[in-house]
Design a protein around this ligand. Structure first.
Ligand code: C2O
Ligand code: CU
Ligand code: CU
Length: 486
């Protein structure tokens, strides 16, 4: 159960050093989430931890996570193997950070799938707790979706199958074990899953080394470099991390780059700007937009992705541009280091959206803390894997009107992520759709007291899938529900 102060710390307050620590007093459904991961450091109240020295920014180049090679390929399938295991990362230049990672890496290897070609991944769990691997944004059979209770037990190997019968898109994979998803993702169980689409090739967007995935997140590191985990720790996570490194720099040629930016933070919303430079948004969660959207600010709530093209050709070698978060400060820096010819382009028309079939039913639902039980909840109820919250006939189209009811505690931000489908945001209360929201989405921001309407067509797969707030501390504490497609 929560104290109101813990709720505050989880929500909006910054620097609530006196907040009651959930870690000291875990009870009820929160227990699993606040039990320290065995062998990975015990946390007192995060405000009492001595932080790692900040160090000078932009001293370390940003790595690009390696692309995993298939162990075998057939005419229509690529087979991969990965392990989930402890590892060590250099988030800060002079300190080693124990992490949990896919192949032991703080940002797992990238899977580059191709639309229409199946990917099979054998995931071996070498950790001391159950895990569940979820590809966020993927349209997959229920048995491969990484349901929270469908665990890969320690020592076991699980084979996941991804049909990739969807458009090219920037997806990512991460842990989804019940009550542990927030801590596991925080400790490093996250990586990119990119679907390349042959249909995109004729557009001549920047590709190859000019197509760069960038995973953003934050962390709270102590003076030994260890990750400090506490569910009420978000206000203390002041280290800004890009592809696993704190405030790196990235050398670029004076030409166009496609940057696939993902927010893998469990709680932070990134509001990004690039020293005033224009970012041309070409894709959102589920793939290309119909047309590019120029912007100078990019807002990504946890789980959301944005594909942008930045033309560094507007700048001379020597120019440096800082990508900064409005709240957290500089995240990374792009250093223009050389001239280079550029044959890429961004056409005015990218890709038409799929047709939007008429909806046959409309549901309403609410995200918010239940003020009686003090649980994070959807429609007043905390997640119960034994309960099916809604049943949806396969192949049908629905509209969901989803309200964030948390105007108390100063207002809590939430978002909503649906497994299985890419949806369309069709209406946002009191404001126009945000840039990129006219595209295919799987995660949508919902400010306190507001609602959004979204429309989704539930395709051919049947079974149980979850939907939840992607501020993972919230979903770990119950802001998750289950739909069954029948
Ligand atoms: Cu990004 Cu249910 O997950
Ligand atoms: Cu997901
Ligand atoms: Cu939430």
């Amino acid at each position: 159960m929560f104290s109101r102060r813990s709720l505050l710390a989880l929500g909006v307050a910054a620097g609530t050093s006196a907040a009651v620590s959930l870690t000291r007093n875990p009870t009820g459904p929160a227990r699993a989430a606040v039990t320290p991961h065995p062998g990975h450091g015990v946390t007192t109240h995060p405000g009492e931890v001595r932080p790692a020295p900040a160090g000078a920014p932009f001293t370390v180049p940003m790595p690009v996570p390696p692309v995993l090679r298939p162990i075998r390929s057939t005419a229509d399938t690529d087979f991969y193997r990965m392990t989930m295991r402890p590892g060590r990362a250099r988030i800060l230049p002079d300190l080693q950070t124990p992490v949990l990672g896919y192949d032991g890496r703080f940002v797992g290897p990238t899977i580059r799938a191709r639309a229409g070609r199946q990917v099979v991944v054998a995931q071996q769990n070498l950790l001391d707790m159950g895990t569940s691997v979820h590809v966020h944004g993927a349209h997959v059979p229920a048995g491969s979706d990484g349901h929270p209770t469908d665990l890969v037990l320690p020592g076991a190997t699980r084979v996941y199958r991804y049909p990739n019968r969807q458009r090219g898109a920037t997806l990512w994979y991460h842990d989804h074990a019940h009550h542990m998803e927030a801590e596991h993702v925080y400790r490093g169980l996250h990586g990119f899953y990119l679907i390349d689409d042959p249909q995109e090739r004729s557009l001549r967007l920047p590709d190859g080394e000019y197509d760069v995935p960038i995973m953003l997140r934050d962390a709270h590191l102590d003076e030994t470099g260890a990750l400090v985990w506490a569910p009420d720790g978000p206000p203390f996570r002041t280290t800004m991390i890009a592809n696993g490194v704190a405030q790196p720099y990235f050398p670029v040629a004076a030409r166009r780059y496609r940057l696939r930016i993902a927010n893998a933070a469990t709680h932070r919303t990134f509001t990004l700007s690039l020293d005033g430079a224009e970012m041309l948004m070409i894709g959102s969660d589920g793939g290309l937009l119909p047309a590019p959207v120029p912007c100078t600010e990019l807002v990504l709530t946890p789980g959301e992705r944005s594909d942008v093209v930045v033309d560094f050709g507007h700048h001379r070698p020597g120019r440096r541009l800082v990508l900064a978060d409005a709240d957290g400060g500089p995240v990374m820096r792009f250093d223009v280091v050389r001239r280079e010819p550029d044959t890429s382009r961004v056409p005015d028309r990218l890709r038409a959206l799929p047709p939007l079939p008429a909806a046959t039913s409309e549901r309403t639902m609410s995200l918010g803390v239940n003020h009686e039980t003090l649980e994070f909840a959807i429609d007043g109820r905390a997640f119960d894997p034994a309960r099916v919250d809604i049943t949806i006939p396969r192949g049908t189209t629905e509209v969901w009107k989803v309200t964030n009811t948390d105007t108390a505690f100063g207002g809590l931000e939430h978002n909503l992520h649906l497994h299985l489908v890419q949806f369309r945001v069709i209406e946002r209360e009191g404001e126009p759709l945000r840039p990129g929201e006219e595209g295919l989405k799987d995660t949508v921001a919902i400010p306190p007291g507001r609602w959004v309407r979204l429309q989704a067509t539930f395709g051919e797969y049947t079974g149980r899938y979850v939907y939840h707030c992607h501020m993972l501390e919230h979903s770990a504490f119950g802001m998750m529900a289950q739909m069954e497609i029948v």
